[in-house]
Design a protein. Structure first.
Length: 357
C-alpha cells in the first residue's frame, strides 16, 4: 500500500504526540513516587562500576574506558565480592595515579559514608550536607543495591527544599507537577491549613473584646493595630525563615539557643528603634497625642523583641523533638504574635495613658 506524503506527516505527528504523552506520564509518575515514597530508594541509581579486591590496577584501568557511559567519569568505583557485599570504594583519581603492579585491595578505601534504601529523604538530606560527598553508596544488609550519583543527590535536595517551601507556606506538598494539579486538589491541600489558621487567628477578636473599654476610651489606639501586629509578624517571618534554613544546613541547633537569642534580640532591638522612629513620626502626623505616641513607640520595641524570642525558640525546640521545623511556617508564627502583640499593646497603654489607669 502506498502512503502519501500527507499521510506520512500525520502518522509522524501521531507518533510524536504519543511519545510526548508517554514521557509526560512517566515524569508525572516519577514525580508522584518521590513525593509519596520519600526515601532513598526513589532516587538511587543502578548505574555504577564495580570491581573485585583481586583485580589488578592495570586490568581495572584497561576496562574502565569500556564501562564508561556518556561523557561523565564517576568519582568512585565500588569494590564488591561475588555475593554483592560492598568491601570498599576506590576513588578513580587514586586508581589513575596508582602503580600498575598493585591490586585493588592495596589502594581501596574501607572507610566510607553510606545510606540505606529505606532512609527518609529528609534524614539523608541532612547527612549529605555534612558529608560533602557527591556520590554515595546505598547499602542494604551489607550489599550494594545502588548509588546516589551527583544528579540524584541534586534532585533529592531540590525535592526536599520544595517540600520545606510548601510547609513554610502552610500548604501540603503537591504529589504531581503544579500545572497538572486540579483546583480541587489544591483546595484540599490548602483549605485545612487555612481553616486551622483562621480558627487560631479568631482569638485576636477575643483579645480585642477583652480590651473593648480601652478602645472606647481612646479610639485612636485602633489606628495602629494593623501596623503593630503586622510588624511583629513580618519580623518573626524573617527570623524563622533564616533559622530553619540554618538548621537544615547544620549551622545551628538547640545548643546554640543562647547565642541565637543574643544575636536576634540585639538585631531586633536595632530594627525596633529604626521602625519605631518612623512610627513616632506617623503618630505625630495623625495628631493622636503624646501619650498614644509614646505607647506606639514602646509597643513597637516590645513586640519586635517578643517576636524575636518566639521565632528563635520554637523552631529549635521542635527540631529537638524530631518535628520538622519547616512546619512552623510564617503564618503560624504571625498568627501567634498577632494575639500576644495585642495584649502587649493594650497593657502598655494601660500603664501610660492616664484615662486607662
Amino acid at each position: 500500500m502506498k502512503v502519501t506524503s500527507h499521510e506520512k506527516m500525520d502518522l509522524l505527528a501521531i507518533a510524536n504526540n504519543h511519545s510526548v504523552n508517554e514521557k509526560s506520564s512517566a515524569q508525572q509518575q516519577k514525580h508522584q513516587l518521590k513525593n509519596e515514597d520519600a526515601t532513598v530508594s526513589a532516587y538511587m541509581s543502578q548505574c555504577f562500576i564495580s570491581v573485585s579486591v583481586a583485580d589488578s590496577v592495570l586490568s581495572v584501568k584497561g576496562n574502565l574506558t569500556n564501562q564508561l557511559e556518556g561523557e561523565q567519569i564517576p568519582t568512585y568505583l565500588y569494590v564488591i565480592d561475588a555475593e554483592g557485599y560492598l568491601n570498599g570504594i576506590l576513588p578513580v583519581k587514586v586508581l589513575l595515579t596508582a602503580a600498575d603492579d598493585l591490586f585493588v585491595s592495596d589502594i581501596m578505601r574501607q572507610n566510607y559514608f553510606s545510606v540505606s534504601p529505606e532512609q527518609p529523604r529528609h534524614d539523608v538530606y541532612s547527612l549529605i550536607n555534612h558529608s560533602g560527598m557527591d556520590s554515595v553508596p546505598v547499602i542494604h544488609f551489607g550489599k550494594l543495591v545502588g548509588v546516589l550519583r551527583p544528579q540524584d543527590i541534586a534532585e533529592l535536595i531540590e525535592d526536599e527544599n520544595t517540600i520545606d517551601a510548601h510547609l513554610q507556606g502552610a500548604t501540603l506538598p503537591l504529589n504531581e507537577p503544579y500545572l497538572s494539579t486540579s483546583p480541587i486538589t489544591l483546595w484540599r491541600k490548602r483549605a485545612g491549613w487555612l481553616l486551622l489558621l483562621f480558627v487560631a487567628e479568631a482569638y485576636t477578636g477575643t483579645v480585642l473584646k477583652a480590651f473593648e473599654e480601652q478602645l472606647e476610651a481612646v479610639i485612636s489606639l485602633a489606628f495602629f493595630i494593623p501596623l503593630l501586629i503586622g510588624t511583629g509578624g513580618n519580623s518573626g517571618t524573617q527570623i524563622t525563615s533564616t533559622l530553619v534554613r540554618a538548621m537544615a544546613l547544620g549551622e545551628v541547633s538547640l545548643r546554640n539557643l543562647w547565642a541565637v537569642l543574643r544575636k536576634e534580640v540585639s538585631t531586633s532591638f536595632l530594627v525596633a528603634i529604626t521602625i519605631g522612629s518612623v512610627a513616632l513620626i506617623r503618630a505625630w502626623i495623625l495628631g493622636v497625642g503624646i501619650e498614644v505616641t509614646i505607647v506606639v513607640g514602646f509597643t513597637i520595641i516590645a513586640i519586635t523583641i517578643w517576636s524575636a524570642i518566639i521565632s528563635s525558640i520554637i523552631p529549635m525546640v521542635l527540631k529537638k523533638l524530631n518535628i520538622d521545623p519547616a512546619v512552623v511556617s510564617a503564618p503560624f508564627i504571625a498568627t501567634f504574635i498577632d494575639g500576644t502583640g495585642l495584649i502587649i499593646y493594650f497593657e502598655i497603654a494601660k500603664l501610660v495613658i492616664t484615662e486607662l489607669a
